[in-house]
Design a protein around this ligand. Sequence first.
Ligand code: TYM
Length: 330
Amino acid sequence: MEKKVIFSGIQPSGKLTLGNYIGAVANWVKLQDEYDCYYCVVDLHAMTQYQVPKDLRRQTLEAMAVYLACGLDPEKNTLFIQSHVPAHAEAAWLMSTMTYFGELSRMTQFKDKSSRQSENINAGLFTYPVLMACDILLYQADLVPVGSDQKQHVEITRDIAERFNNRYSETFKIPEVYIPKVGARIMSLQEPTKKMSKSDENENAIIYLLDPPEVIKKKFKRAVTDSIGKVQLSDDQPGIKNLISIYSVCRNMTPEEVVEKYKNEGYGVFKDAVADAVIEVLKPVQDRFHELMNNKAYLEEVYKAGAEKAERTARKTLRKMYKKVGFIPR
Ligand code: TYM
């Protein structure tokens, strides 16, 4: 039987965070044996914010190295860079003619980002979900493993695919979103009602995957909690709830088990334990990352082979799309 297909991606728009790891990559690693997986560094998407060219180049390569360092095996997964497969941009134009202004206007990420970058509300920021839909649909993905912030984008992908299928006959598989039970939304360490985001200006709010141990310790020590003083799962304690999620994922325990273990400890002890758990998980990733960044030839080999394989699959779907809408083949 053919394996089911997975597609997911990360924008190389900054340094990757613990949120990206727990919400996305850590789950991708668990899925790699069971599924035929495509994992992409979505550089086209990153352009919706201004990127300094040399930084974008470095961040794209770093994201690829992080994929490998986290344990994604290039023999089992197709790891590639979005701009290497032009079918994504080509499909996006066509699909943008089948996506409505109204539905794109309702996207919460668009609303969020346009309020944060009011000086650069570019057309790409608005049509971003169309490109994302094409990423997914070109590979006929069954499943899209993402953090909960991307759920709405997967829903619009389904709507666009169904619209195309209804208008032109069955062409796309309708993908399902796959959101982890714990860690789908890792929160800022400074404002725990906000998502931990690579674009946050306050560095203390974010754990970067490449933060050294002493920095991780310090950031957790400073993490905002509450005056209740009890390690428990309560909506009135978003900071503690977030720390429980992080610990729970890193130590492979349920949140309830974590509470049981720390319910009689003070926040100081708990924060130290969370920091140690994160440091332990990230240490091997960081070691491997630094090795990989010293081996650019290997990285190139991986993303070139990935692009070739991705290109074949994506082209096949794009050809089908073009034919169905009535474009004349060359
Ligand atoms: P991006 O680059 O913002 O984030 C990459 C992945 O990390 C998850 N994530 C989080 N999960 C939990 N807690 C957090 N604080 C946190 N921050 C980020 C995101 O949910 C995502 O899974 N539009 C996408 C990239 C994309 C994509 C795709 C994803 C482009 N095409 C096709 C899936 C399929 C994005 O901006 O992710």
